[in-house]
Design a protein around this ligand. Structure first.
Ligand SMILES: NC(=O)c1ccc[n+]([C@@H]2O[C@H](COP(=O)([O-])OP(=O)(O)OC[C@H]3O[C@@H](n4cnc5c(N)ncnc54)[C@H](OP(=O)(O)O)[C@@H]3O)[C@@H](O)[C@H]2O)c1
Length: 316
């Protein structure tokens, strides 16, 4: 059997993403072989493909490289000593982060400890939408110490991270404010957030006395949003490029501020899957592209206006 993967042999435009065929991976001790049904596409995949950021500079002598950190699929072989899952179990995971990647594969061997069982009530599409984005959402809210009754402003609520962060914060009984374009105002309201159209006015003219800012946009939008915080407010800024600048400015204004790098944590994925299974979180999937359409999937992410998540169907 052959294993098709999407690989890059050089950094550049989406055209550098090409299908390669490799041999079927053998699970080592403690690993399982997963038939990947869906792979999630994240902004970091797009940046790395273009040669930008830490994962690209660390992998520049390691090409061809297979991107992808989010997978869902089915366990088809157990390595020696692997006992958490049975053959045929549906699993999902945040794998190979940040250097190895590998998720854009039809088959991949991964340590069983990196995976979560996907309950039968959850589709493999929904499970593939959760790992990197969902864990970023949970970790950002944890870092900010969001409490019941807090006024939480989440920039870019309609994106992969934002739509989950809103629902988790609403579940924690925070009062949630968010920014989005005109097209997403209704969608944001359905998630329980007060939505501000950033195309109409800066958020600082619409939101005040926020306890927490979760910044998923960075740059000028984040600098403006600092004006929405009350004294002693907390900032977690997620885009790495502008994190230093935002933290510096926030601290000058007397706020607690930090950047973050998401850290894979299968227990958090278990928690997210549970939240989906009981209806507390609903994943939004804008589009599923066939594996061969990976270039279009990357172009969609590059628009900066994806609602929820983009997935690759690795079996068609
Ligand atoms: N540090 C880490 O560990 C880490 C982890 C995950 C993600 N990230 C970074 O965090 C950011 C968000 O990630 P993501 O996966 O959520 O991205 P995404 O899904 O690509 O975000 C797309 C969303 O951004 C919204 N948006 C675009 N410009 C906006 C603006 N000026 N104001 C408000 N919303 C705006 C869009 O809504 P509209 O269409 O309504 O404009 C769209 O729904 C990215 O920069 C990503 O690289 C960092």
């Amino acid at each position: 059997m052959e294993n098709k993967q999407i690989a890059i042999s050089k950094f550049g435009d989406p055209e550098v993403l090409v299908v390669q065929t490799s041999s079927m991976p053998e699970p080592k001790a403690g690993e399982v072989l997963v038939k990947v049904h869906f792979a999630g596409v994240n902004p970091i995949d797009v940046k790395t493909r273009a040669g930008l950021g830490w994962a690209a500079s660390e992998n520049k002598d390691n090409l061809p490289w297979v991107p992808g950190y989010d997978i869902s699929g089915e366990v088809i072989t157990l390595g020696q000593g692997a006992e958490r899952f049975g053959i045929g179990d549906n699993v999902a995971g945040f794998i190979g982060f940040p250097l190895a990647g590998g998720g854009y594969s039809q088959y991949i061997s991964v340590p069983e400890s990196a995976l979560s069982l996907v309950p039968s009530s959850i589709t493999l599409e929904a499970a593939a939408a959760l790992p990197l984005a969902g864990q970023t959402a949970l970790q950002a809210l944890d870092k900010a110490g969001v409490n019941e009754g807090d006024r939480v402003l989440i920039l870019a609520g309609a994106g992969g991270v934002g739509h989950i962060a809103i629902q988790v914060a609403v579940t924690a009984k925070a009062e949630v404010f968010t920014t989005c374009s005109e097209a997403n105002l209704d969608y944001m309201a359905t998630l329980g957030a007060h939505a501000v159209n950033y195309q109409f006015a800066p958020v600082s003219e619409r939101v005040e006395e926020a306890d927490v800012l979760i910044d998923l946009v960075g740059g000028d939008a984040a600098l403006d949003a600092l004006k929405c915080l009350k004294d002693g407010g907390k900032v977690v800024t997620v885009p790495t490029l502008s994190a230093e600048l935002i933290c510096e400015k926030a601290k000058m204004l007397g706020f607690e501020a930090s950047g973050m790098l998401v850290d894979p944590n299968p227990e958090q994925l278990d928690a997210l899957l549970y939240m989906v299974s009981v209806g507390l979180v609903k994943t939004e999937i804008q589009q599923v592209f066939a594996m061969s359409e990976v270039g279009e999937a990357h172009r969609q992410i590059e628009t900066g206006h994806t609602r929820g998540k983009i997935l690759l169907d690795m079996q068609c």
